[in-house]
Design a protein. Structure first.
Length: 417
């Protein structure tokens, strides 16, 4: 079924507005909207696309939305879907930067965000349950998911290494029958080279212009976030340590406390967590030149971070359907999808611990390092809000948007008690 452009705008606009909770919740939301509620994508196409996006640098959920739009309505659909996934969160981040610069730590807003964060924990659990049912269809894939979780949670192995190992495992252990289905025609190399040239020029041309114009701060921001876009395998969490070290210690654009606040606010807005780059850039601009420079810095960060996502998808997406006729490669992607479940479980545990506990020190035994939250720092309000959100979603079947609004109001109310 091919949707109209107006339907595409309506559905992806809804996804963009409700895409709270990080990649796990966002992937689940898109599955509900594009596979379950509408016959726009079938199950296997969706899972193959998810596996592809996990292999690419950049925010996987945003790229999944871009792929879905491309699949449904070509390049125009991809641009609409990708932009609508990012712009609502970018608008909220811009407002928050202005409020943050004016009012500091915003205790009332932070109290409301606590209710949102508690809801996010439940949304991620729901997403994991739904994704696991779809991706972990046999013992082998459940083992891959478990090992993927342990590899990143306890051994802190690099995300690309985990994904590579899962792909090799799936490829090597494939024991099904080779199909004789004809592969769809491969895209012409000339056309793909043209696509690469156009999007590389769009991505890097403005950054080069800023450099030649002598806009040092804006060009430094742009080139740093462009480099970050190339190494962001596995989503924002995979590069947060590198990003924090660079913007705080090397460039000294923001302080450690400001970086933590940026992450906390970015976690509670719709859209990909990598929107933290926009927050950091706008706050840097605000500090150095007021609101006009903040706006310019935010646009530069968004451009440098998200334009390459379109480049990766428009280059790789035309080849994805060919994998369906190559069973071993398809099995490798299934292995990746299973490992992704384990990786998202790790992100869910990390997020939950940091919401529920104020102190989460690391405990090491040789190569094994795991978080051991201090029980004395458990936040009772966060725990109560999480349990209440669980009741609303799992027991009373409230929708995501309704639950988020209710919990934000309850969190704000707790602040005044």
């Amino acid at each position: 079924m091919t949707p109209s452009l107006s339907d595409l705008v309506r559905v992806f606009g809804r996804i963009g507005l409700l895409s709270f909770g990080g990649p796990a919740a966002q992937i689940s939301l898109m599955h509900q909207e594009l596979v379950e509620r509408r016959p726009w994508l079938d199950e296997q196409a969706y899972l193959r696309a998810l596996s592809l996006c996990m292999l690419l640098p950049g925010p996987e959920a945003m790229q999944l939305a871009t792929y879905a739009g491309w699949r449904l309505r070509g390049v125009t659909g991809g641009l609409i879907a990708g932009a609508l996934f990012v712009l609502p969160g970018a608008f909220v981040i811009a407002i928050l930067v202005g409020l943050y610069a004016a009012f500091g730590d915003l205790p009332v807003v932070q109290a409301g965000f606590l209710g949102v964060k508690a809801t996010v924990i439940v949304i991620v659990l729901q997403a994991l349950r739904n994704l696991s049912r779809k991706a972990l269809t046999d013992k082998q894939h459940r083992v891959i998911a478990g090992l993927g979780f342990l590899a990143i949670f306890a051994l802190n192995l690099p995300f690309p290494l985990i994904i590579l190992a899962a792909a090799i495992w799936g490829y090597v252990t494939f024991n099904g029958e080779v199909t004789t289905a004809d592969a769809p025609p491969a895209p012409q190399a000339k056309g793909m080279l043209g696509t690469a040239a156009i999007w590389l020029a769009l991505w890097l041309g403005p950054l080069l212009a800023l450099t030649l114009a002598g806009q040092k701060l804006l060009s430094d921001l742009g080139w740093f976030f462009a480099r970050l876009a190339v190494v962001t395998f596995g989503g924002a969490y995979a590069v947060l340590a590198y990003m924090t070290q660079t913007v705080v210690e090397k460039y000294q654009w923001v302080s450690t406390d400001q970086m933590i606040d940026a992450l906390g606010l970015a976690e509670t807005t719709p859209g990909p967590l990598i929107l933290v780059t926009q927050f950091v850039a706008m706050l840097t601009g605000q500090i150095n030149g007021g609101a006009p420079l903040a706006i310019a810095a935010g646009v530069v960060a968004l451009w440098a971070t998200f334009v390459p996502c379109f480049l990766w998808i428009f280059l790789a997406a035309p080849y994805l359907d060919q994998l369906a006729t190559r069973p071993r490669l398809s099995a490798a992607l299934h292995g990746i999808t299973a490992a992704v479940v384990g990786v998202i479980l790790n992100l869910s545990v990390w997020f939950s611990l940091n919401v529920l506990f104020q102190t989460v020190p690391q405990q090491s035994w040789g190569p094994v390092t795991i978080p051991r939250p201090d029980p004395a720092t458990l936040d009772p309000a966060a725990l109560i809000l999480t349990l209440l959100a669980g009741l609303l979603i799992f027991k009373f079947k409230f929708g995501m948007a309704t639950t988020l609004a209710i919990m934000a109001m309850i969190g704000t109310g707790i602040h005044f008690l």
